[in-house]
Design a protein around this ligand. Structure first.
Ligand code: APR
Length: 313
């Protein structure tokens, strides 16, 4: 039996961190691809030399040639530019759309059967672009957003209550923008609704912090955006696919009627297994959450329309 092969398109902060996580979790061989000659090769060599210490056998290859991703089981895309202070995720639109169009040519040619996970922002538009440009079916192309946003929600609730993060389950739905929807009605602390523990006004503040959590990190880093937690989120999705875990995770999935949404990628819970996105799970939302969901959806629609204008120009 041969090892799985994971291609990471973009060997920057998130790409490098994902390569490390894939190796530590024994998920398979890793190919790090980037357009900057030396960067993926250098990171790959460095990581490879940690193998005897960490006791992994995976091969880590760095490359600037797409043929090296041939036959990859999973491709995770971070290629593009990251946010700087003062920029929204949407400001990245034109540049990253051009970059992803090139990336899709490479994936289509060399890894046509791969499960494709998109991280590049603005996520909800970029993942739709990847589906369109590769022509892959909807179960084969997914966006990383909800796992990260939900992890931020769980982190802040656990910190507030001074309990283990393992005791908090929570989900964030909608677009990966400032109007994402933390689903308060589904946020549980050891099975008990969070509203029993934290007053509504304080929950409003925590949820506002969740929405701005990426921006908070950008403001601190100044030269880039979050990378440890986005990397963890995407690798979790890859693992669910490679191990056929049938795990239910919030992701940006292509909707055709679910939640009343048609023809857009949007953050909802899905089941990931060997068939990729095997199922979209429909959960009931409160009246207020539904309103927030609709606001977020209208923003994603505007974003997609803006991308289409940029592409025509
Ligand atoms: N093909 C492949 N890689 C490319 C291309 C391309 N056409 N153009 C740029 N890149 C590479 C850059 O050379 C860089 O190494 O993409 C990498 C991006 O890495 P970083 O700038 O470190 O950004 P990172 O923090 O990894 O985030 C990447 O994910 O969360 C999103 O908003 C974030 O869109 C950004 C992406």
């Amino acid at each position: 039996m041969s090892r799985n092969k994971i291609a990471l398109i973009g060997a920057g902060n998130i790409g490098g961190t994902m390569a490390h996580l894939c190796a530590l979790k024994h998920l398979g061989d890793v190919v790090l691809y980037d357009v900057i000659d030396g960067l993926p090769q250098g990171k790959a060599l460095d990581l490879q030399q940690s193998a005897p210490i960490e006791n992994f056998d995976a091969e880590i290859v760095g490359t600037t040639k797409y043929d090296d991703i041939a036959g990859a089981d999973v491709c995770i895309i971070t290629a593009g530019i990251a946010r700087k202070p003062g920029m929204s995720r949407d400001d990245l639109l034109g540049t990253n759309a051009k970059i992803l169009t090139q990336v899709c040519d490479g994936i289509k040619k060399f890894a046509p059967k791969s499960f494709v996970i998109v991280i590049t922002n603005p996520l909800d538009a970029m993942v739709g672009l990847v589906k369109q440009k590769t022509g892959f079916p909807k179960n084969q192309v997914v966006g990383q957003s909800g796992i990260l946003d939900s992890s931020r929600y769980r982190t802040f609730i656990a910190q507030e209550l001074k309990v283990s993060v393992a005791s908090v389950s929570a989900m964030v739905m909608g677009g990966h923008g400032d109007d994402m929807v933390p689903v308060r009605s589904g946020c549980l602390v050891s099975g008990v609704p969070v509203e029993k523990f934290i007053p509504a006004q304080r929950l409003d503040e925590i949820e506002a912090r969740v929405r701005n959590a990426g921006g908070e990190i950008v403001a601190l880093l100044k030269t880039g955006s979050a990378f440890y937690s986005p990397a963890s989120a995407a690798v979790r999705m890859a693992e669910a696919y490679l191990k056929d875990k049938k795990e239910i995770l919030p992701c940006a999935a292509y909707l055709e009627g679910e939640y009343g949404v048609n023809g857009y990628y949007f953050g909802v819970p899905v089941m990931i297994g060997a068939g990729g996105v095997e199922k979209v799970i429909e959960v009931e939302l409160s009246q207020r959450e539904k309103q927030l969901f609709d606001v977020s959806l209208s923003h994603v629609k505007e974003l997609v329309a803006a991308m289409e204008r940029v592409q025509k120009a």
